[in-house]
Ligand binder design. Structure first.
Ligand code: GCO
Length: 444
């Protein structure tokens, strides 16, 4: 399949957009921004490929008009972006960087002028460096400072935002970054992982209260979900997969929609849970207006004695993979969203806030024929279509990403964009996947 005509068959009010995040594209050496824990992490040998960081990235800070024009020209109707906490508050708290306020003012005005709905996110992983030095998200104080930052964003920008997410991918913020150690701050211990699994939800709750106090009524959270497969049908594999599914997915669904944590995981986490964590659960489960799902792949779980804490590890499957080495498994998206809707979120609207693939793209005569990316989008959109047809309230879909950008620990090596970026010249070149969206959205 080499087109995205399927888009024409979606309901007319279904939102199609693209997503990015501040640290991955803006370039935090511009405009008086402070640094974040990714700048610090990148300096540690072995943490980020080539020790690359987001200081230039796509220089979106300078080129935002060109980028917004690209989104509008492809006839998308929404843009999911994130605010940078250290850009707005270079020291994480205290004095506001007026250049940052102008930047987001201009960015929002540009979106609105081009008819794009602004879907903002408060936190897409750029924790101001100063907090990293004080225990980061493990420290409850950080959640209070996050609430203060939220209030600034609300007061300056809520008049123009269409929607706002508190936290992008709490599992990555907590588990991937504090237990698996793959993302900043690169901690690798169970106590840190567990504490952050709870505190990041406290941060969500604190921010949500501030959002409500500012009378903003289209707020949610973005969860990254993975379909979890057992390696085989043995009882041990099934149990391991169930535990992994809880940690990756149900921990957040249970807390946010039911005000509790799943049993098996809680038993394992209990020794490390912050004191009186139960008291936070009511606030964590306050109503949200929508929930976002980021979906990329599945994981295969097998029992593993080499990991005494979890008792399992993930292993490779045999499906075709993307350039990240992630298996392409569109069925997982349909399953995971259906379960979220039926068992947890019920009537709450769902947005697919990220979906896409890294690919080894080549420019030939100015053309980038990324047909495998078009196929990936087509196959996943087919599953989204099934959900819509089965009355699951999925209201929108965002492609990750508009631009090739700073792919965290992989630096600039992995390309997820609909638009190619030459990181020497910063020249943008739309790929064929971009044109496939444009053609279908135009025909809609
Ligand atoms: C994500 C991240 C993106 C990544 C993408 C690909 O929210 O996981 O939002 O920043 O670039 O997922 O890994």
């Amino acid at each position: 399949m080499n087109d995205l005509k399927i888009i024409e068959t979606f309901p007319s009010d279904f939102v199609f957009g693209v997503a990015t995040s501040s640290y991955q594209i803006e370039g935090n050496s511009y405009g008086g921004s402070g640094t974040c824990h990714w700048d610090d992490f990148a300096k540690t040998p072995g943490s980020v490929i080539n020790k690359e960081n987001g200081s230039i990235a796509c220089a979106h800070y300078l080129k935002y008009k060109e980028d917004i024009a690209l989104i509008a020209d492809a006839v998308f109707s929404a843009y999911r972006f994130s605010f940078s906490w250290p850009r707005i508050l270079p020291d994480g708290k205290g004095s506001i960087n007026s250049k940052a306020i102008s930047f987001y003012d201009n960015l929002l005005d540009e979106m609105l002028q081009k008819g794009l709905k602004p879907f903002g996110t408060l936190y897409h992983w750029d924790l101001p460096s100063i907090f990293g030095k004080n225990g980061g998200w493990k420290n409850r104080d950080t959640t209070k400072w996050f609430a203060d930052y939220t209030d600034i964003v609300m007061r300056k920008f809520s008049d123009r935002l269409y929607s706002l997410a508190t936290i992008n991918e709490p599992w990555c913020v907590a588990w991937l970054s504090h237990y698996l150690g793959e993302h900043a701050p690169g901690e690798k211990n169970a106590a840190s992982g567990v504490q952050t699994m709870h505190m990041i939800l406290v941060a969500h709750a604190e921010a949500l209260q501030v959002i409500r106090a500012n009378n903003f009524n289209n707020a949610g959270i973005v969860l990254n979900k993975q379909f979890v497969s057992p390696h085989d049908e043995t009882e041990n594999s099934l149990l391991s997969a169930a535990l992994s599914d809880e940690i990756h997915n149900l921990w957040f669904d249970e807390a946010i929609f039911k005000g509790r944590y799943p049993n098996q995981t809680l038993e394992l986490f209990e020794p490390f849970m912050p004191q009186n964590y139960e008291k936070d659960l009511q606030l964590i489960s306050q109503p949200i207006d929508w929930v976002g799902v980021n979906y990329y792949t599945r994981s295969i779980i097998k029992p593993d004695k080499a990991n005494p804490f979890l008792g399992f590890s993930s292993t490779k499957g045999n499906l075709p993979t993307t350039d990240m080495g992630w298996e392409i498994y569109p069925q997982g998206l349909e399953y995971i969203v259906k379960r979220l809707h039926e068992s947890y979120s019920k009537e709450v609207p769902i947005f697919i806030t990220e979906n896409g693939m890294a690919n080894q793209d080549f420019i030939e005569d100015g053309i980038i024929n990324d047909f495998s990316r078009i196929k990936y989008y087509y196959e996943h959109l087919k599953k989204v279509k099934n959900l819509v047809e089965n009355d699951v309230p999925v209201k929108g879909y965002f492609a990750w990403s508009l631009l090739d950008n700073f792919e965290w620990a992989f630096g600039y090596k992995k390309r997820f964009g609909l638009v190619h970026v030459d990181f020497n010249t910063l020249k943008r070149t739309p790929k064929n996947s971009y044109y496939a969206f444009q053609k279908a959205l135009n025909a809609r």
